[in-house]
Structure formats: structure tokens, C-alpha cells
Design a protein around this ligand. Sequence first.
Ligand code: ADP
Ligand code: MG
Length: 307
Amino acid sequence: MPAPASAPAVRFDAVSKVYTTPRGPLQALDGVSFDIAPGEFFGLLGPNGAGKTTLISILAGLAHATQGQVTVMGHDVRADYVAARHALGIVPQELVFDPFFSVRETLRIQSGYFGVRGNDAWIDELLEGLGLADKAGANMRQLSGGMKRRVLVAQALVHRPPVIVLDEPTAGVDVELRQTLWQFVAKLNKQGHTVLLTTHYLEEAEALCSRIAMLKKGRVVALDRTANLLAGTASTMLRFKTDDALPDDIAAQARVTGRIAQVTAHDAAEVETMLGRLRAAGVRVEDLEIGRADLEDVFLEIMQGQQ
Ligand SMILES: Nc1ncnc2c1ncn2[C@@H]1O[C@H](COP(=O)(O)OP(=O)(O)O)[C@@H](O)[C@H]1O
Ligand SMILES: [Mg+2]
């Protein structure tokens, strides 16, 4: 089936998913709709259980939506499965691999699944770009977790898919791998590949993604350009140390780590009000800093506001 020329890279149209579980039906997705344009670097954020992996499984054809439609480069993921799957490179959240093959064999086998042959130059480029060049001959079972994760990324890219999907690729991996990975993925994005990323690391999403959707309990609760999300909600952050207990209403909206508390405000007047309330409550504030809110503050504000 030919795809319409002006198709979005990915389209989710009123997607719902109800899992049948021993404890009854579980609604994992509830009317999710958004488009990702060709060439975008798009972030899908949300707490555990929000439905991110379910949405990606439906995109990959590994699960079926209960309702709604999903297309990749204009191809319906069910009616036109093969074309849709070929347009996608998916790095799964779970580490799955065959321990008996070497890294290069694993990548050649994966190429074969997509009917691609004679792509050793591209495989070498992937190995080089992902810091795997000296591991090409190593057996998968000899690799550390971080190295296996790199192979999963290479595996997803062997057929040069126009759309790259990464489901929490940096959960629990070291800083070096994160940097290698982001450099490589950012380069592919510059070359025109569309990227869909789910992550818990909000600073990564803030640095990389031009647009972000936030998912909560299976619904999109925010969808905007990253810059607008940062500008539109609380934009100022107060950070201070204290040994005193915060008043309940402030504690409810604060991020507290040991002696350090962080609260957000929308403008200077709100900062003054906040400080006044702390003073009135007898909270002694040390090392006060006032700065710009980051995506994590926005995320918490949106998640708290959407029960
Ligand atoms: N195969 C499944 N069967 C039943 N329930 C599932 C299945 N996969 C996920 N869920 C449930 O669906 C919800 C969304 O899960 P998931 O898509 O994995 O969220 P996320 O990736 O955002 O953490 C959760 O409540 C989860 O327990
Ligand atoms: Mg997940």
C-alpha cells in the first residue's frame, strides 16, 4: 500500500488499550492522539505505569490497540504491518538477545530479518558510533549490561529505519554510554531520522527533544514544544536548606532531598509570598537560591495537577 506523501512519521489516533487481567480489565491507554512530524526529536514522558511501553508495543505491532489507529510513515501498523515495521527501528526497554552469537553475527541476522544483505559498511559505522568496534567478535553473553544495551541500539538500526524509537534506553546505564548514545542518536536525527524517546531522565528530554508529550494513567496530559512547556508552567524555582519542618501546604508541593527543599513559583510575587509564608511558619531558610525551573519541575506540577 503506498503511503500518502505528506504523512506524519507517526500518528496515534484515539488509541485505547484495555488489558484483560486476572483482576479484571485494565485500561492502559485512554484515547491517545498525537502526531510526530518527519525529522522531529519527540519525547514521551510519564511515570511508571503511565502506558509508554504499551503505546510503543502497539506502534511496533507487538500489541494491538483495543480502539484507534496507528500509522508509521503513513502505513497502518495492522493493515500494512510489514511496511510499518520496516520504517521503524525499536530499542526495547528490556534486554533481550541471543547469547550464542557474536555482536557482528547478531547484527547480520537482524539485517536478514529485514531482507538487508551486504550492509557490513553500515554495521561497521554502527559499531564505531556506538563504541562497539572492539567488541564485534565478542559473544553476546560476554558483554556487560551496558555493552548489550549498545548492541540493542545497533540492532534496531541495521535496516536504516526512518523512525527510531527508544524506550527508556538509558535506564540504569552509565554516564559514558548515555553520552555515546545521545551523540549518535542526535547525529541520526540531524541526518533526518525521526526519533521517539521515552525516558525517566527529564534533563535528557529537555536537552534533546523539540516536543514532548506527557502521559499519565494512559492519557496525554500535556503536549507542547519543550520550550513552551518550560515557559508555560512554573518558571521560577526556590532552592534552600532548612532543618525545620515545612508547613503542610508547602511540603505538599515541595521536592525535598534531605535538608534541601525545592519549590516552584510562577513569578516574583509568588516567590515573595512563599518566603513570607516560610518566615511566618518559623522556618529558618539557609543558602537560598532562586533559579529557572527545569522540566522536572514542570513535570511534577503537571502530574500533581492531574489526579
Ligand atoms: N501485558 C500486560 N498485561 C496486563 N497489564 C499490562 C501489560 N503490560 C502493561 N500492563 C499494565 O498497563 C499499564 C501501563 O504499563 P506500561 O505501558 O508498561 O507503562 P510504562 O511503560 O509507562 O511504565 C500498567 O498498569 C501495567 O501494569
Ligand atoms: Mg515502560
